[in-house]
Write a protein that binds this ligand. Sequence first.
Ligand SMILES: [Zn+2]
Length: 74
Amino acid sequence: MDQRTQLFILIVAIAIAVAALLLSLRRQRHDREATTGESLYATSSEGQKRCPSCGAYNAWTDRNCVSCGRKLPG
Ligand SMILES: [Zn+2]
């Protein structure tokens, strides 16, 4: 095995290691974003208000709950 082949193998090994690291970082960030998005969705619902009596989601423009028909606050 000559020196050039050894160097080539070393570069390939480093490239694979860097690629694996980047993929791992990207997956971790993706997981975090997915979790954050889920919790945000659970706590706040943009453009919607929740019925205090039955918990159904209604549009901000709705005056009465689409599910139980009760008057919505706000
Ligand atoms: Zn309701």
